[in-house]
Design a protein around this ligand. Structure first.
Ligand SMILES: Cc1ncc(COP(=O)(O)O)c(C=O)c1O
Length: 423
C-alpha cells in the first residue's frame, strides 16, 4: 500500500471507492502514467467522460485562457462562455432542442429535468425503466434501478415513481423483438393496473442503458415509447449523460435512432471531464418554466463552459472516424466471441460496447471480470465493469484513440480472457 493510499483511507469517507488503487500522476491522450512511470491505456475514460482522451490541446487551451480571465459568476452577472457553450450544444443536439440549462452533475441535471417536466405538465408521475442509472442524489436515486444496493437504506424515496422493464434480450434469453414486446406489455399493465397515463409527467429513459449493462434500447422500442408518450401527452426525457457527445457514433444516441426527445439530459463528456451538465428542451417547454423556480451556484461555470465549447469543436473533427473504429472493434470482439465461450454477448453502439462474460452454464460470471480486469491492469490498461452482476466489460476507449492503441487494448483483453480460461 502506498503512503497516499494509507492517507486516503484515513481521511476520505470510505463510501467512496476507486476501481483500482494505482496512483496516477499524469494523463495525455489515451494514456495515463503512475508514480513509478508505468504507462496504462485508459479505457475507463473516467466512465465515458474523457471522450477526447486526457488534456486534449484545444480544450486545455480554452480552459486555461478562461481561468486567466474569470472563473466564477454564481448567477450575479453575465459572461460570454455560457452563451457560446449553449449555442454550440444546441447546434449538435437533436431537432427540437432550442435552449439549454447548465448544471454541475448528471444527477443534478436529471433532477432538474424531472422538476421541469412536473412543472410544465402539471402532472406528478414519472415512469423509469428497470436497470436504468440516473444518479445517486435523493431524487435521482429514486429513478436508479441498476442495482438494489444503490437504494438500500435510503427509503422512503420519491413517491409517484413507477418502474417498468427495459428490454434485456440477452439476460432474458429472448430475441430483441420478444424482449421489446414483453417490456411494452408490462408498460401497458402499468397503465391498466397502477396509474393512468394522464397522471404521468414523463418517461425517463436511457437510449442505451449504461450502468445497467450496456443494453441499447433498439430503434423499435424507443420509437414505440415516443409514440405512447405522444398519445398521452407524456414528456419523453432522454438521459444521454453517458451516451452523449459522440460516444455511440453520432452526437447523441437520439440521432442514431432518429428520435426526438422532449427533454435531453447531458453530462459526463460535455466538457471532457471538467464538471458540467446540461438539460436541453424546446423553447416552448423551457419558456413555461417560471423564472427563478430553479437555480444553481456553480452550474454553467465559465471555465467548464469554455472547455465545453472547445470540446464540441474538437469532437466535430473526429466524429466521422468513430464509426470506422466501432466497426473494427465490433468485428474483433465478435471474432473473440466465436473463440471463447465466456464471451456470451457483444452489444452496443459506436464506441460504447458491452462484453458480457458468462459461465459454462451461461450464468453471469462476475469472477471473470475481476480476473480479466486484474490481468489488464498488470499489463497496463484500465477497464471498468457494469451490469447488475458486474460481469460486463465496458469497452469505452477515447473516441480519438489510434487504431494501434485500440488493437493493443483488445489484444490485452483477449490475452486476459485466454489466461482466465486456462486457469
Ligand atoms: C445515464 C446516467 N445518468 C446520470 C448519471 C449521473 O451522473 P453524475 O455521476 O454526474 O451525477 C450517470 C452516471 O454514471 C449516468 O450514466
Amino acid at each position: 500500500m502506498t503512503d497516499l493510499h494509507g492517507r486516503f483511507r484515513n481521511i476520505i469517507a470510505p463510501v467512496i471507492e476507486f476501481a483500482y488503487k494505482t496512483e496516477i500522476v499524469e494523463g495525455k491522450g489515451s494514456w495515463v502514467t503512475d508514480t513509478h512511470g508505468k504507462r496504462y491505456l485508459d479505457f475507463a475514460c473516467g466512465i465515458a467522460t474523457s471522450n477526447m482522451g486526457h488534456r486534449p490541446d484545444s480544450v486545455l487551451a480554452a480552459a486555461q485562457a478562461q481561468l486567466n480571465k474569470l472563473w466564477h459568476a454564481g448567477g450575479a452577472f453575465l459572461y460570454e462562455p455560457i452563451v457560446t457553450a449553449a449555442e454550440k450544444i444546441v447546434e449538435i443536439t437533436p431537432d427540437g432542442i432550442d435552449k439549454v440549462l447548465f448544471m454541475n452533475s448528471g444527477a443534478e441535471a436529471v433532477e432538474a429535468s424531472v422538476k421541469l417536466a412536473r412543472k410544465v405538465s402539471g402532472r406528478q408521475g414519472i415512469i423509469t425503466f428497470r436497470g436504468g442509472f440516473h444518479g445517486r442524489t435523493m431524487g435521482s436515486v429514486t429513478y436508479t434501478t441498476s442495482k438494489a444496493k444503490y437504494r438500500q437504506g435510503y427509503h422512503p424515496l420519491l413517491p409517484s415513481t413507477f418502474v417498468t422493464p427495459f428490454p434485456h434480450p440477452f439476460g432474458w434469453g429472448m430475441t430483441q423483438e420478444e424482449a421489446n414486446d414483453y417490456a411494452l406489455r408490462e408498460l401497458e399493465f402499468k397503465f391498466e393496473f397502477e396509474v393512468t397515463p394522464e397522471e404521468i409527467a414523463a418517461f425517463l429513459v436511457e437510449p442505451m442503458q449504461g450502468e445497467g449493462g450496456y443494453y441499447p434500447a433498439s430503434h423499435a422500442f424507443i420509437h414505440e415509447l415516443r409514440s405512447i408518450a405522444d398519445t398521452h401527452g407524456i414528456l419523453l426525457i432522454v438521459d444521454e449523460v453517458q451516451t452523449g457527445f459522440g460516444r455511440t457514433g453520432d452526437w447523441f444516441t437520439s440521432q442514431v435512432y432518429d428520435l426526438r426527445p422532449d427533454i435531453l439530459v447531458m453530462g459526463k463528456a460535455i466538457a471532457n471531464g471538467l464538471p458540467l451538465s446540461a438539460v436541453g428542451a424546446s423553447a416552448e417547454v423551457f419558456d413555461a418554466w417560471p423564472s427563478g423556480s430553479h437555480g444553481t451556484t456553480f452550474g454553467g461555470n465559465p471555465v467548464s463552459c469554455a472547455a465545453s465549447a472547445a470540446n464540441v469543436d474538437a469532437i466535430r473533427e473526429i466524429l466521422p472516424g468513430v464509426q470506422h473504429l466501432s466497426d473494427h472493434a465490433f468485428s474483433r470482439w465478435n471474432e473473440i466471441k466465436e473463440e471463447h465461450h465466456i464471451v456470451g454477448d457483444v452489444r452496443g453502439l459506436g464506441l460504447m460496447i458491452g462484453i458480457e462474460l458468462v459461465t459454462e452454464g451461461n450464468e453471469p460470471d462476475t469472477e471473470a471480470f475481476t480476473s480479466i480486469g486484474g490481468y489488464a491492469h498488470e499489463a497496463g490498461m484500465f477497464i471498468l465493469r457494469c451490469g447488475p452482476s458486474g460481469n460486463v466489460i465496458r469497452f469505452i476507449p477515447p473516441l480519438n484513440v489510434s487504431q494501434d492503441d485500440l488493437d493493443t487494448g483488445i489484444d490485452i483483453l483477449h490475452d486476459a480472457i485466454r489466461a482466465y480460461e486456462a486457469r
